[in-house]
Design a protein around this ligand. Structure first.
Ligand code: KG4
Ligand code: ZN
Length: 337
């Protein structure tokens, strides 16, 4: 089954063709990040407009790269939740138009489920069940993936997502949006023990996260230094912050794996590109004999290939939509179809 997939939930307009949920025939991503950088974050109205401008060309390119026409696609998959509502609506309405004009089934895909599916493309041998740490710009979850379309959330962030915390702390350190990548790079030159930062835990909820106190601690350190006319060593601060975030993520993820007896661990979402998170999980899983799967770097961020992968499994489970499909800004990952 060849699926034409579309993604427009945030600031990337993407289209891809994926075969049987595992093989990428084409993948095109048009990023708007340079424009949003000017404002220090994604401006929703600009994102929607840029999606409108890009989506036709990106989709045509994905079909051309796969060497096929729309008529040869077996289904159209589209991200319909969660995300920026105006941005999602562009992809959803375009996908509805394609589905109606070419008479193809329309498959709605949850954005975080698709991030998990990036692993099915990276590691064709990976099959559920497994435990997944979903770490994106807007969400941080520990998810039990019982089957491709049967998921259960064990823990979540109570405030900021990991990516959001990276971006906000990076901004306070003078890095441009999205700061997570820059912070990861600069942190490699710093001493992670230079600053003692909090490692917040949520009382009575060992799989839940809280990053806003940690983010505020760093921002306060920077402001206090500024008031005294001092500047703090950014590489040391970045290294200390990165280590604190990764320590919290790994602490809860390992505990959830131990408690549930899971020995196959998976990461998903933009923050899975973080080099310290990757190396720490490799060590932790290596010493326990657990299997670890992480998306290849090019599939950690938003793309449509992952939508085509998850779309395949959603279609197999019978999840298709009609022309009344709507986009939703919020939707739990474990909501039943
Ligand atoms: O999954 P994603 O592409 O978009 C959402 O669905 O939100 O995640 C984007 C997030 C941003 O916050 C970005 O700063 C973060 O992933 N990110 C990183 C790294 N690469 C991307 N955070 C830390 N270290 C990285 N290497
Ligand atoms: Zn994403």
């Amino acid at each position: 089954m060849r699926i034409l997939a579309l993604e427009s939930s945030c600031d990337e307009t993407a289209a891809a063709v994926v075969e049987d949920g595992r093989k990428i025939l084409s993948s095109v991503v048009a990023s708007q990040v340079e424009e949003h950088k000017l404002y220090g974050g994604v401006v929703p109205e600009i994102a929607s407009r840029r999606h409108c401008e890009a989506i036709v060309g990106v989709t045509q390119q994905a079909l051309d790269d796969a060497g096929m026409t729309l008529r040869e696609a077996d289904a159209i998959a589209v991200t319909y939740a969660p995300g920026l509502i105006g941005a999602l609506l562009v992809g959803v309405n375009f996908a509805k138009g394609l589905s109606m004009s070419a008479n193809k089934p329309l498959v709605p895909v949850h954005h975080l489920r698709s991030h998990i599916a990036a692993n099915y493309l990276t590691s064709p041998e990976l099959k559920p069940p497994f435990l997944c740490l979903v770490v994106s710009g807007g969400h941080t979850h520990i998810v039990e993936v019982r089957d491709y379309t049967d998921l259960r959330v064990l823990g979540r962030t109570r405030d900021d997502a990991a990516g959001e915390a990276f971006d906000k702390a990076a901004r306070a350190m003078g890095m441009s949006y999205p700061g997570g990548v820059a912070m990861d790079r600069i942190a490699r030159e710093g001493d992670p023990a230079a600053f003692s930062l909090p490692h917040p835990a949520v009382d009575g909820a060992p799989y839940d996260f809280s990053f806003s106190g940690l983010k505020t601690a760093v921002i306060n350190l920077i402001h206090n230094a500024e008031q005294k006319g001092q500047t703090l060593p950014v590489p040391d601060l970045a290294a200390s912050f990165r280590k604190a975030v990764v320590d919290c993520l790994v602490r809860n993820f390992v505990k959830a794996a131990q408690d549930t007896g899971s020995t196959t661990l998976v990461t998903a979402g933009g923050v899975s590109a973080n080099s310290l998170l990757r190396s720490t999980l490799e060590q932790e899983c290596g010493k326990r004999g657990w299997r670890l799967f992480m998306p290849r770097l090019s599939l950690c961020g938003d793309n449509a290939a992952m939508v085509g992968a998850q779309g395949y499994f959603e279609a197999l489970s019978g999840k298709t939509a009609g022309l009344d499909l709507n986009a939703c800004a919020e939707m739990p990952i474990d909501e039943k179809a």
